[in-house]
Design a protein around this ligand. Structure first.
Ligand code: ZN
Length: 117
């Protein structure tokens, strides 16, 4: 992963993705507020409303996790450890990084972590 040109390109991709996510996060928060304002005073179907809010909250939590992952990946690009698995130190498969550039773990460790959940 010492290819500087590739890392610079990757950095750009990650930063663009990050900006995009932050924009959609802001939009989600906006929608969430609108939902509250629309249904807040009304004595409507509270179950449905809280379900809607649930989805919005989960969605933004998921996006937040990705933004954090991107930040961590950018930090690893800076300190030169990008592409190494945080668990075992092996290089993460290039195809995996292409699909998920903010991957913290190699596929083996990721599976172990998911199984342990
Ligand atoms: Zn690993």
């Amino acid at each position: 992963m010492a290819d500087k040109k590739r890392l610079t390109q990757l950095k750009k991709t990650l930063e663009a993705r990050r900006a995009e996510l932050l924009r959609s996060l802001a939009e989600t928060q906006q929608t969430s507020r609108t939902v509250q304002q629309t249904y807040g005073i009304d004595e409507g179907d509270r179950a449905n409303i809280s379900h809607d809010k649930d989805i919005l909250l989960r969605l933004s939590a998921h996006e937040r996790t990705i933004v954090e992952g991107i930040d961590a990946a950018l930090a690893r690009i800076r300190d030169g450890s990008y592409g190494e698995c945080l668990n075992c130190g092996q290089e993460i498969n290039a195809k995996r990084l292409e699909a998920l550039p903010w991957s913290r773990y190699c596929i083996t460790c990721q599976e172990l972590i998911e199984e342990a959940r």
